[in-house]
Write a protein that binds this ligand. Structure first.
Ligand code: UD1
Length: 415
């Protein structure tokens, strides 16, 4: 088990670059299973989750060549419609391969997915979509199986705008007969990027980024070339990091529009955010106002930045509250932040954070990916060296984090 030892910093100055989006690239890798022709994808981050998805698509038949940050993926045939447990159990978004496998071969067998322990995270909406398209869905021996002689377009209403279900249904419907309409679809930028990728492959998808997505089935999909969009969660993490200190930090390669709710809350905290083309500059004098936050599906405040923002609010002047409405159990970072001297109380889905002037160094544990990011931020504002255990969670979603932080003069070592 590897751990980080992180020394605090007083001031933060310089530049930090954002990589391609983890949540953007994963469904795109799955979508490459839809064609026999090569797909070339650029700006692919070297993340643990990306490696896991590549192992899954290789297992089912993909040939993958890597050239620096670009991938060339060809899937001449699907050799196995079953995704292996040893990979799927590591990452919930492995389930993204279900839609493409079903669309291409009429059969998909995927073990019930693993991933971050942030609540129950059911897959009923994905399955509701597959069934509506005409698939027979069965459970057995830890697997979900979807099978169909042919898929036929349908009107599908999602009870919640699930990101995963929207992606999976969109991919499954690309080659269905007729028109599929997804109502109450997720509007996240990663959904829009997936639709752009699928349309480059020859799919006919309109309305992505709105609550109604319309997919007109086509006979086959071809290869294409695409660049992954910048990771808004990584960008948000760095902006929050800047806000926690006396700082003048340029966060490079972002889409400011994707970060509107985060920027709005940082400004409410008293932080200055300046847009410089594709970069955002965060400037602060070290003072932070208390604010209240409610996590919501996009374009609301992202649940993935709830934990990092809580680390910031630990240092605010006054009491803040955070209401988590997307996941039912996403406060595992609270006990760890409290070990560092934070004063956070949880009541149901709501956390009250009483601001303090300094956090304390301690031994803490990353309990999931974004909880881990919150602890890295807290460690930088502590009164001594902090040890963060179980950092494999952080490796799932932050590319070259140590290198990026060291470039800013931060002392971080992996043991
Ligand atoms: C994706 C992101 C994750 C982010 C989340 C919400 C990826 C790889 N992961 O996760 O980082 O935190 O969106 O923005 O893109 N739900 C159901 N039934 C379903 C599916 C979901 O009830 O069939 C519920 C979940 O339990 C959860 C909520 O819907 O409470 C949101 O889940 P969803 O939007 O599907 O998130 P993921 O796609 O898993």
């Amino acid at each position: 088990m590897q751990k980080y030892i992180i020394e605090p910093i007083k001031e933060l100055k310089g530049e930090i670059e954002v990589d391609g989006a983890k949540n953007g690239i994963l469904p795109i890798l799955a979508a490459s299973l839809l064609s026999t022709e090569p797909c070339v994808i650029h700006r692919v981050p070297s993340l643990k989750d990306v490696s896991v998805m590549l192992e899954i698509i290789r297992h089912v038949g993909a040939k993958v060549e890597r050239n620096a940050n670009s991938l060339n993926i060809t899937v001449p045939e699907i050799k196995d419609s079953e995704a292996p447990y040893k990979y799927v159990s590591q990452m919930r978004s492995s389930f993204d391969v279900m839609g493409p496998l079903l669309a291409r071969t009429g059969l998909a067998r995927v073990p019930l997915p693993g991933g971050c322990a942030i609540g129950e995270r059911p897959i009923d909406l994905h399955l509701k979509g597959f069934k509506a398209l005409g698939a027979e869905v069965e459970f057995g021996h830890g697997f979900v199986q979807a099978k169909a002689d042919k898929l036929v377009g349908a009107d599908i209403y999602l009870d919640f705008p699930s990101v995963g279900a929207t992606k999976n249904i969109m991919m499954a419907a690309t080659m269905a007969e007729g028109v599929t309409i997804i109502e109450n679809a997720a509007k996240e930028p990663e959904i829009v990027d997936l639709a752009i990728f699928l349309n480059k492959m020859g799919a006919k998808i309109s309305g992505s980024g709105t609550q109604t997505i319309r997919i007109t089935g086509v006979d086959e999909l071809k290869g294409c070339e695409h660049s992954t969009l910048p990771d808004r969660i990584e960008a948000g993490t760095f902006l929050i990091m800047g806000a926690m200190h006396k700082s003048n930090l340029l966060v490079k390669n972002v889409v400011p529009n994707h970060l509107k709710p985060v920027i709005a809350k940082l400004i409410e905290c008293g932080v200055t955010i300046e847009e410089e083309g594709d970069d955002l500059r965060v400037i602060n004098d070290g003072k932070i106002n208390a604010v209240d936050i409610t996590t919501l599906p996009y374009p609301g405040f992202p649940t993935d930045l709830q934990a990092p923002f809580m680390a910031l609010l630990c240092l605010a002047d006054g009491n803040s509250t955070i209401l988590e409405t997307v996941f039912e159990n996403r406060f595992s970072h609270v006990s760890e932040l409290n070990r560092m001297g934070a004063q956070i109380k949880i009541e149901g889905h709501s956390a009250t954070i009483k601001g303090t002037t300094k956090l304390q160094s301690a031994d803490v544990k990353a309990t999931d990916l974004r909880a881990g990011a919150a602890l890295v931020l807290a460690a930088l504002a502590a009164d001594g060296a902090t040890t963060i255990h179980e950092i494999h969670h952080i490796d799932r979603g932050y590319n070259e984090l140590e290198k990026k932080l060291r470039n800013l003069g931060i002392s971080i070592s992996r043991v």
